[in-house]
Every structure is written in C-alpha cells, then in structure tokens.
Write a protein that binds this ligand. Structure first.
Ligand code: MLZ
Length: 460
C-alpha cells in the first residue's frame, strides 16, 4: 500500500500492556504467515534490537543496539525488556516481531553495529561484556532464516494480472470476470472487467470462497456477466496465460451428490448483512455441490438478483432451529415479526420442507479452532472489504465467531466461520504492509448527535 495509505494506519501499542488484552494466538489462523511456528517460539528468546534508551534518541540518526528478552507474545507483537533491567519493567516496550526490528543475537557483530547499554542502567555494571556473555549463554535466539521464512510465507499464488471469476458486489447472484491489480498479505484487490474508473473493485483473501477459476461459472451453472469472447473461449476450453486455474483456489469436496433440494428451508448468514442469521430457501441446485439460496426477509425479487451461491458444505448455512438452539435472534421471513415467528407453524402452514438436520450433521464439520470470546484480532469489514479493522470476538457458537468491530455498533458485527480467511492476528496488517483501521472513537465533544444507522449496510 502507498505510504499515504499507511501514514495514519492504526498501531496496537499501549493497550497491549493490559493483562485483560487477550490476543487470539497466531496458531489459530491457518492462513496467517508463520502460524505453524509462531506460538511458543519467542517467549524467553534473546534478540538484538535498537537501543532507544539513550540520550537524544532519534529513530533516524541512532544506530545503536542492545540485547533484549521477549517476555510475552500477543499476536505478532512481542513485549521486550532490555537486558540488565532485571525485574524493572519501566522501559518494557512492544514491537512487531515481523517488522525486521528484531535480529538474532550476533547480528550486530556481523554487521559491525555497536551494542550500547541503555542509559538508565549504564552505571549498573562495569563489565557489560562479561554480563552479556553470562546472560546469553545457553539462550535461544531468532532462527537465522526467520525473515526469509517470513517472506516466503507472504508470497501469493496469484500475480498482478491474474484473471478470475469474482462475485459481483453490485449483484451478488452473479460472478464477473476480474483481474488482480494489487496483492497485500495475500489479500487480492481485483477490478471487474467492465468497471468504471470510479469503481474501486473488490478485495478478498486469495483463499476466499468468493473467487473462482476461469470457467467456473460455466462448469457449475452459475450466472456469469462476461464479454462474449470470454464466454466463447471458456466454453471451448481455451485458456490464456493470465487465466487462473482450479488448483489455485479454495476447494470444497466436489464429487458428492447434492445434499439439498429446491424449495428446502434452512437458516443462513445473510451475505449482505453478516450480523444476521436468517430464514432462507434453497432456490436452485447447481453442479459440484453449489446451490443458490435466497434470504427470506427481503421482498421477493423476480429477477433473482438477491440469490446467492453457497456451497452445500458452507459453514454459513444451518438447519432450521439452529439460531433458536444457540440463542441467536433469527431474522424471520418477510411478513413476520421475530416474536410471532415459529418454524414449526410456518412449515406446517406453508407445506415447505426443512432441509434435513441429519444431512447437516453428516457434513461432519469438526469444531476445533481455539477462539474464545474476548479475543482481539484484525478483521476485514466484508461490507467494505478494502478495510481491515481492529476487532474483538464477541461470541463463539460451535465453529462460528461473532466478530465485533471495536467502537462500532452491533449492526457492523459479522458472523464468520472460525477458519475464515478474513480474520488475522493482532499485528498482521503491520507485518504484511496493509493499512489497519483503528477503533471508532466517540466524538470529542458530546455535541454531535448520534447518527441513526440503517439496519442493512450498503456493500461498497
Ligand atoms: N463508511 C463506511 C465504513 C465503515 C467502516 C466500519 N468498519 C467496521 C460505512 O459507514 O459503512
């Protein structure tokens, strides 16, 4: 991202000191860089880091270093204490462990950089060298290939120019041809083939279920808005060098028969309002386990523009009764209030069939993720997905998280799969060079009227 975009990016700093600040551990994010080695690697490690405890410290001018111990890790952030401070925590500080600010012990020696003891304790010992040798004997330090591994884990499968089929943010029942124009931390910024200069396109992680290989819509039977020559070449199986292929995408099991049938009722996360779990209907069965569903709370749109494609294995669809059983308010079909709506009565009077509970159960989602309510993280705002914002896990229900954006109203909350690739550890944005949106601050003076917000946000 440009320097301007990053200029006032939010920085996690002082709030990290609070004992109550619980960061979701990096190991819970299987799509996050170095997740497999992160937890338990750093605590107790000795590293070399800039010495800021010197007279007239200036970030630009001073190139003095000192040894520090990693005391604690929260997300990608590490709490450091300079060697020699003992139990004195007054100069402890947080750094992003991915930002080349910390180096393995020995790094200064090989670069000819001086190790200078911090000013506040410079009189504590006379023989600092002897002290350091004693402290460092047997200590663990950063693996020499740490930054190489980090860089490797940041490389995307896609490149600028890659062509794919992407859900149309203005008409979610269809996909459009789009190409990647920028990649940050494996989040793709794509532009639709026919977009006007004002349209900024769409953002999603490269493992998002909203993007598909060239030819997907044709294969699956999904509506596609594309130029004629694209449709023709896809139908004849001709690929261009920039076309992305099936092996590059998140994959559901595709060789199983349809689990659901047209007309069945179920509950689903509203793709246009992720804070809501709603009564929904299977409208059409597509190929390879995909289906079009409709959220029942909106006035019927004969054009089918409000249908949305969910895979039958999607973690965002649930059996009738799921919301009630989990104390989640269910958004009823249009014409009902939440209080008067009962599935049983509704199914009886309409004769509609509920999708079978056993079928849902047989999909075999294993609940194992490790998130608990109160954990802090960074999360894409899927209604405006160029934004990654500071957030908190507000609730955990089986393998769903209710993510709350700090400072924002509940209408901005998002129900997400616990393995969603739109959630990231604390410090992720900084680590990959993405802008981070801070919490919404209350207005400085109480003069501003509280804004009344519409229930349903517009997708940007
Ligand atoms: N202006 C947009 C952005 C809100 C971003 C909130 N992120 C949690 C809106 O009001 O929809």
């Amino acid at each position: 991202q440009s320097a301007a975009a990053l200029a006032n990016s939010y920085e996690w700093k002082d709030e990290l000191f609070g004992c109550e600040f619980l960061a979701a551990p990096v190991s819970l994010f299987k799509h996050a860089p170095l997740h497999e080695m992160w937890d338990n690697t750093f605590e107790g490690m000795k590293v070399e880091v800039k010495n800021m405890d010197i007279e007239n410290y200036s970030e630009k001018l001073n190139d003095f270093f000192w040894v520090a111990t990693v005391l604690k890790v929260k997300g990608y952030m590490g709490l450091l204490r300079y060697e020699g401070f003992g139990s004195d925590d007054s100069k402890d500080f947080w750094v992003n462990l991915c930002c080349s600010e910390v180096h393995p012990v020995g790094w200064c020696a090989t670069r000819g950089k001086p190790l200078i003891p911090p000013r506040s304790i410079e009189d504590k010992y006379t023989d600092w060298k002897k002290f350091l040798v004693k402290q460092l004997t047997g200590a663990r330090t950063l693996p020499a290939n740490f930054y190489t591994k980090l860089n490797d884990s940041l490389v995307s499968r896609f490149s600028v120019g890659s062509v794919m089929e992407v859900v149309d943010k203005n008409r979610i029942s269809q996909v459009k041809v789009a190409s990647v124009c920028e990649i940050i931390g494996k989040r793709l910024h794509v532009k639709y083939f026919d977009s006007s200069p004002e349209d900024n396109g769409f953002w999603c992680h490269e493992d998002s279920p909203l993007i598909h290989p060239v030819g997907w819509a044709f294969r699956v039977g999904h509506p596609l808005d594309a130029p004629q020559n694209y449709c023709q070449r896809v139908a004849s199986g001709r690929l261009f060098p920039n076309d992305s292929t099936i092996d590059m995408f998140y994959k559901y099991p595709t060789n199983e028969p349809p689990l659901f049938a047209e007309g069945m009722k179920l509950e689903a996360i509203d793709p246009l309002n992720l804070s809501a779990v709603c009564a929904a209907t299977v409208m059409q069965i597509l190929n390879e386990g995909y289906m079009m569903i409709r959220i029942d709370c909106y006035p019927a749109d004969a054009s089918g523009a409000d249908w949305f494609c969910y895979h039958q294995r999607s973690p965002c669809i649930f059996p009738v009764g799921f919301a009630l059983a989990n104390n989640i308010p269910l958004v009823p079909p249009i014409g009902f209030t939440a209080e008067e709506f009962s599935w049983e009565e509704y199914l009886n009077t309409t004769g509609a069939r509920a999708a079978s509970r056993t079928v849902f159960a047989a999909r075999g989602h294993v609940v194992s993720h490790g998130f608990v309510a109160g954990m802090r993280l960074e999360c894409a705002d899927l209604m405006d997905p160029r934004l990654v914002c500071v957030a908190t896990v507000a609730r955990v229900v089986a393998d769903l998280l209710k993510v709350h954006f700090d400072g924002w109203g509940g209408e901005y909350d998002q129900w997400l799969w616990a393995h969603s690739t739109d959630v990231y550890p604390v410090g992720w944005c900084r680590a990959v060079g993405h802008r981070l949106e801070g919490p919404l601050q209350p207005p400085p003076r109480a003069t501003r009227k509280p804004q009344s917000k519409p229930n349903r946000r517009r997708r940007k």
